[in-house]
Design a protein around this ligand. Structure first.
Ligand SMILES: [Fe+2]
Length: 454
């Protein structure tokens, strides 16, 4: 009799669990599984989406990628070293990709063994259809001073403001040598949103290399998320650097080394990436180690425990200085604290440059938050100092600032200037729904707890 009651209870529990899972799946169906359809498209026979990325050679390698027509034909880059006047031709590899509603040919040319500290002009062509001329420059390798810009998720709406905002950011930081994006550069994997991405990057990405990582919006949703081949065909450094199906990449630039992970994958893929990261970090002799990953290792939404468990121990053990992250559509900065409370590395930042803002938690372990705006960051490496500055993108006002100082064999020191900059935490709930009211409540509680920050 007792056995029967126990079995009955267990059966009831399983049925309730299955029902609860069914209700949750129904409620979250669109968020977990729905892919907005792609509108049919045709690609013209002139080169489009021309952009510069880094290569897999060394600091002085660049890849140029573009799209043109539906079938791959003979394609090339004409490259002119403007210092020497030498012109060379680099043949491109072409591959067609059928997406859900159209087809296009994607090209990539590897510009390896470029002369350091030189200015180059280039144009791309497919058969006799050529692009306009662009130019870029290379720098002396292994130097100890350089700077770049970083943006988290961009995910702009169609006809959005990204191009205006990024052009202004580069105008104010003309020495920035490249742009890093922490994933979700594109709202959804459709031709129309990719077009928006390249409209947003126009007159920037043809001149300054773009280093992008994968975000969840780059994937087609499903029980197992799927990254279209279009992504690595566009960011073609992944074609050479990926490990299995893992979009990982590393690059040494000046006295820094960048490590790029694909945090969107399932457990066993992340495990492979963990081994890759451990291997690369243990071999690194770079003074500055910078990790770029889409999902924050310390979440401000209570998520990403698997990513944290996989990677954060390595980040701490191998002395990563800066972790640039996105995904959670707010600004947050967290320094590591020693036992006596002094700040040290790793420094973690979450940032975004998207019109969408998310509702976050205000965890006490973070030093600073920002909501209801969009941001970009500048990173200046100057000998033994790495300076991180965050700007609010509309007014280009300084929002956060710190230096990481590493002198000789001393432990890293943080000079935190950002704590003296007031946080912007104004929020207007879009409706009376309880999740918005609760968020407003959390903001008020945070303001009361940290009056010195706001
Ligand atoms: Fe994301």
């Amino acid at each position: 009799m007792l056995k029967f009651v126990k079995r009955h209870k267990l059966l009831s529990f399983i049925i309730v669990l299955l029902l609860a899972f069914g209700v949750l799946t129904a409620l979250r169906w669109n968020i977990w599984f729905y892919n907005p359809p792609e509108t049919p498209y045709e690609v013209g026979k002139t080169p489009q989406w021309v952009h510069l990325t880094f290569g897999n050679g060394n600091e002085n390698s660049r890849y140029v990628s573009w799209m043109c027509g539906e079938e791959p034909y003979e394609a090339k880059v004409e490259l002119v070293n403007l210092e020497k006047g030498d012109t060379s031709v680099v043949w491109a590899a072409g591959e067609d990709f059928q997406s859900r509603a159209g087809k296009a040919a994607y090209y990539s040319a590897k510009l390896n063994d470029l002369e350091p500290n030189s200015v180059y002009a280039y144009r791309v062509s497919v058969e006799n259809q050529a692009s306009e001329w662009y130019q870029f420059r290379t720098y002396t390798a292994s130097r100890d001073r350089f700077s770049f810009l970083y943006v988290g998720d961009v995910q702009d709406t169609i006809k959005g403001q990204t191009n205006r905002l990024l052009k202004e950011a580069f105008r104010r930081n003309p020495d920035a040598e490249f742009l890093v994006c922490g994933g979700d550069l594109t709202e959804r994997p459709t031709h129309q949103y990719w077009q928006e991405t390249f409209d947003g990057l126009d007159s920037i990405c043809q001149y300054k290399p773009l280093l992008n990582v994968t975000g969840n919006h780059d994937y087609l949703k499903g029980v197992i998320a799927e990254l279209e081949m279009r992504f690595p065909l566009i960011f073609s450094y992944f074609l050479d650097s990926k490990v299995g199906d893992n979009m990982v990449y590393t690059m040494t630039y000046g006295n820094a080394q960048f490590f790029v992970l694909d945090s969107n994958r399932e457990f066993f893929y992340l495990w492979t990436q963990r081994s890759w990261l451990k291997d690369k970090l243990s071999q690194s002799t770079a003074k500055w180690k910078i990790l770029v990953i889409h999902h924050p290792l310390y979440s401000i939404k209570g998520n990403n425990l698997i990513q944290k468990w996989m990677f954060n121990g390595l980040v701490q053990e191998y002395g990563v200085d800066l972790v640039l992250q996105g995904h959670e559509h707010a600004y947050a900065r967290r320094t590591t604290k020693n036992d006596d409370g002094t700040q040290t590395t790793p420094v973690y930042t979450i940032s975004h440059c998207s019109p969408k803002n998310y509702l976050i938690d205000f965890d006490d372990d973070f030093d600073k938050f920002g909501i209801s705006s969009r941001y970009y960051q500048t990173v200046h490496v100057s000998r033994d100092t790495l300076s991180l500055a965050t700007y609010e993108v509309y007014g280009h006002t300084l929002y956060d600032s710190l230096n990481i100082v590493k002198q000789d064999s001393m432990p890293a020191r943080i000079d935190d200037y950002g704590k003296n900059i007031k946080e912007y935490l104004e929020y207007t709930p879009p409706s009376d729904r309880s999740k918005y009211r609760k968020f407003q409540q959390r903001i008020e509680e945070y303001k009361k707890k940290h009056p010195e920050r706001v």
